[in-house]
Design a protein. Structure first.
Length: 279
């Protein structure tokens, strides 16, 4: 799928805003809703690395440590957004007794994609040490879904762990083969070449962590994004892991994120199921 498009075609194919006229309003909603969450829910800023950008905003129920937690990696093509605009899913999770962590990481061009992946791995290790008895489910949207998928490609024994520090994954509107981005405007701050893009493509790497996984995408996405999700879901299944995959009606690449913790939506239902919901 990486050699079929001209540079202009690739720019359009991998521009999710090209089929989401309301994307600016949705991004503004991320910020507004997250500010509301931060006003009424207590968040702990937890550093996990040496740089100022390496921290998570951790939300937990007031009475006790949660038995399960959703760890979210934001999107923005590894070059935009932050943990601060990714707090709004905490509301629904806290109301059901679950924890939530919004992960911040260094953005390109100040960090390579490989560095960002390593930062996210370090965050998970730090969180697992902090909450050793908490079930962790990872989730990500767009580039964040890529980061979560890369964590599924890691050999966690190299980090001194007997098993991966998470028990499920929700991958929303992700990109799993980065090679098509090399010739696009998106790559200007990333500075990927074909070799480095392939090395950071979970579609091309062994699936070393086999946990129940949800792969979903919006009805209003570019065909290239839809195909990336379908291909990665098929790859997970072929690798012997449990995966469900589907398109979410009436959602685009940006507003599908509101479904993540909505208990009436299919992504929300699946997320709560992975966390341990029995209802």
């Amino acid at each position: 799928m990486c050699n079929e498009l001209t540079p202009d075609d690739a720019d359009l194919a991998y521009s999710p805003s090209s089929v989401a006229a309301n994307y600016r309003e949705v991004i503004a909603d991320y910020e507004t809703k997250s500010l509301t969450t931060l006003r009424h829910a207590s968040a702990i800023r937890v550093p996990y690395g040496k740089t100022p950008e390496e921290y998570s905003l951790l939300f937990e129920p007031e009475d006790s440590a949660p038995h399960a937690m959703l760890v979210f990696f934001h999107g923005g093509y590894w070059q935009e957004l932050s943990a601060e605009v990714s707090c709004f899913p905490a509301d629904s999770l806290l109301s059901r007794g679950y924890g939530y962590a919004a992960v911040n990481y260094t953005l390109a061009p100040h960090a390579a994609v490989s560095t960002i992946v390593s930062q996210c791995a370090n965050e998970l290790i730090s969180l697992a040490i902090r909450r050793p008895h908490t079930r962790i489910v990872i989730a990500g949207s767009s580039a964040g879904a890529h980061l979560a998928a890369m964590l599924m490609s890691m050999n966690w024994k190299n980090f001194g762990l007997n098993a991966a520090p998470f028990d499920g994954a929700v991958l929303i509107s992700g990109i799993y083969d980065l090679r098509p981005l090399v010739a696009t405007y998106i790559n200007e701050p990333l500075q990927l070449n074909i070799e480095s893009a392939a090395a950071m493509s979970p579609q091309l790497l062994p699936l070393r962590v086999r946990v129940p996984t949800v792969v979903c995408w919006g009805e209003h996405e570019t065909p290239a994004f839809k195909q990336q999700s379908r291909d990665y879901a098929a790859f997970i299944a072929q690798s012997g892991a449990a995966v469900s995959h589907y398109e979410v009606a009436n959602r685009n690449h940006f507003d599908i994120l509101f479904a993540l913790s909505d208990p009436t939506s299919q992504p929300g239902i699946d997320t709560f199921r992975l966390l341990g919901d029995k209802s």
